[in-house]
Design a protein around this ligand. Structure first.
Ligand code: K1U
Ligand code: ZN
Length: 173
């Protein structure tokens, strides 16, 4: 099991436009597995490669409840091929924005095309928490954080709090 450190905002590595993978080979498969270990260790439901400092279009999600068997999904080069006109407003968190939550509007349902861990093209139609999580993780691949969907005032307040927390942690270390 490999647990990778998760980058906390503000950090330029979270603002990159990540690069597609050429194919899902052993190296990408290992990254996906390490990301699942890191996500589960942090009690998250999703993780994108830029959050662990790797600027590749790779993400993992698992929205199974703790009492349910795990349902890990590994995606490379995901693309939204359809989204519903209906939108939902729901609260989001982010492992790169610890203890910060805000309501974000997103399409209620999406269909996503991606390469799975065996380099096969697959499509997933998602709604509810899974749709929200996949869209949130795909945003990370374009350097977009959930705070970028908020007003600039709300975004500044959250990022200022995180900067202060980082400064205090550095002073204590
Ligand atoms: O990208 C990430 O940092 C993971 C993030 C995913 C996410 C959570 C909520 C809405 C959209 C996307 C998290 O897992 S943060 C942890 C969290 O808020 C959560 C954990 C379990 C269930 C529900 C939320
Ligand atoms: Zn996130």
């Amino acid at each position: 099991m490999t647990v990778l450190p998760i980058i906390v905002a503000p950090d330029p590595r979270l603002k990159v436009n990540a690069t597609p993978v050429e194919r899902v080979d052993d190296e990408v498969r290992q990254l996906m597995d390490d990301m699942l270990d890191s996500m589960h260790a942090a009690n998250g439901i999703g993780l994108a490669a830029p959050q662990v400092g790797i600027a590749k279009r790779v993400l993992v999600v698992d929205v199974a409840r703790p009492e349910e068997p795990p349902q890990p999904i590994r995606m490379a080069n995901p693309e939204v091929v359809w989204e519903s006109e209906e939108e939902v407003l729901a609260e989001e968190g982010c492992l790169s924005l610890p203890d910060q939550y805000a309501e974000v509007v997103r399409p209620e349902r999406v269909r996503v095309r991606y390469l799975d861990h065996e380099n096969e093209i697959r499509e997933l139609e998602a709604d509810g928490l899974l749709a929200k999580c996949v869209q949130h993780e795909m945003d990370h691949l374009d350097g977009v954080l959930f705070v970028d969907h908020l007003s600039s005032l709300k975004r500044k307040i959250i990022l200022r709090k995180l900067t202060k927390t980082k400064r205090l942690a550095a002073a204590e270390a």
